[in-house]
Design a protein around this ligand. Structure first.
Ligand SMILES: CC(=O)Nc1ccn([C@@H]2O[C@H](CO)[C@@H](O)[C@H]2O)c(=O)n1
Length: 104
């Protein structure tokens, strides 16, 4: 079964709602989103719903291939993105870029 929900840290909510953050990078456990499906989005901290996203693509990305292009789509510097990913997924090489569009 595909996943139908996703959570984000609250600190990214504003960037997602303003369209500045158009991807998220997850590990193996969160790659099973069906293309073109609409997923409900809530905060990790309190599980408060805040929007719905339509999944455009899920693409395998080894950590070593993270680039400025990904950082731009995250609305952060590459160094900041690498730091965040090391905090959430320490020493994990197999990552997935999930791109999405805000739909509600
Ligand atoms: C709450 C939860 O379950 N997991 C995650 C995992 C990742 N992220 C963000 O996606 C980008 C790349 O990882 C960065 O912007 C991360 O901070 C997030 O917000 N929440």
């Amino acid at each position: 079964m595909s996943l139908t929900k996703i959570t984000f840290f609250e600190r990214f909510e504003a960037d997602i709602l303003s369209g500045k953050k158009t991807i998220t990078i997850r590990d193996e456990s969160e790659k099973d989103y069906a293309l073109d499906s609409v997923v409900q989005v809530s905060t990790y901290e309190t599980n408060r719903w805040f929007c719905a996203l339509k999944i455009h693509s899920v693409i395998s990305l080894p950590y070593s291939q993270l680039s400025e292009f990904h950082a731009q789509q995250e609305n952060m510097t590459l160094l900041a993105l690498k730091t965040v990913i090391q905090e959430i997924y320490p020493n994990i090489e197999s990552l997935y870029v999930i791109s999405y569009e805000l739909v509600g």
